[in-house]
Design a protein around this ligand. Structure first.
Ligand SMILES: Nc1ncnc2c1ncn2[C@@H]1O[C@H](COP(=O)(O)OP(=O)(O)OP(=O)(O)O)[C@@H](O)[C@H]1O
Length: 228
């Protein structure tokens, strides 16, 4: 279907057991859009992201990713959807550069070495390029995980609180990268507590509550974060 969004949720209820963690969500995410999901701690942002990625079952309603029920195992989803959630998994004997090269080569990125070198620079890791994960700070490990999402082809980028453990300079650069992503026709879905990131990178904001879901413009979304 030509008008099919990358992601569509209709009355999507997410949670654990029988218990929804927030009100049902309606959402479409299309190329060129940046959607930020905001809300107080425990309102279901991560649960929502995991559900739309097919990592957990919805409690009710409908969700489609690339036009089908989300399944992270399909080649189509693996090729088009890059995500960084809360997990922190590394090969202990591979350096920063080797992790990024592995990801790039696994996704058949042409000129992988050049792209990895540029991203190592963009993520402020040039002086740690040959370091093993055990020799990185927590913020540097976070940068490697984020760089791995940017090193591979993608139509939809899904990030769960990417600002975590990043300093102010890196948060600003990340916001710029997300704007560029949209301007290049990519789509971004990001859960965040960072008002600056949300105001700059989002085109639309979804505020999760127990009793309802509000759609806000980016400035109102940033103000809502400050008031949580
Ligand atoms: N595996 C689980 N089993 C049962 N309940 C869970 C599980 N994981 C999370 N929860 C609960 O679900 C609710 C939503 O959690 P979630 O992590 O989605 O919130 P969040 O909005 O991402 O929070 P934060 O801003 O703190 O990251 C919370 O009340 C949490 O305690």
């Amino acid at each position: 279907m030509p008008d099919e969004p990358l992601l569509r949720a209709r009355s999507l209820s997410v949670g654990y057991g029988e218990e929804p963690v927030c009100a049902p969500v309606d959402l479409d995410v299309r190329p060129g859009e940046g959607v930020a999901v905001i809300g107080a701690n425990g309102t279901g942002k991560s649960t929502f992201l995991r559900t739309v990625l097919g990592l957990q079952e919805p409690l009710g309603g409908r969700v489609s990713l690339l036009g089908s029920p989300p399944d992270p195992r399909t080649g189509e989803v693996r090729a088009a959807v890059a995500s960084v959630l809360g997990d922190d998994a590394f090969f202990p004997a591979l350096t920063v550069t080797e992790h990024l090269l592995l990801t790039a080569l696994g996704h058949r990125v042409p000129e992988a070495r050049e792209i990895v070198t540029d991203l190592v620079e963009d993520f402020g890791l040039a002086d740690r390029a040959d370091a093993l994960p055990s020799a990185l700070s927590s913020g540097q490990r976070r940068r490697v995980l984020l760089a791995a999402a940017f090193v591979r082809p993608r139509s939809l980028l899904v990030l769960d609180e990417p600002e975590q453990r990043l300093d102010a300079g890196m948060r600003n650069r990340l916001a710029e990268m997300l704007v560029q992503e949209r301007e290049d026709g990519g789509a971004v879905l990001v859960a965040s507590h960072d008002p600056v990131l949300v105001e700059r990178a989002a085109t639309r904001v979804v505020l999760l509550h127990d009793d309802g879901v509000q759609v806000l413009d980016p400035a109102a979304g940033a103000a809502a974060i400050a008031a949580l």
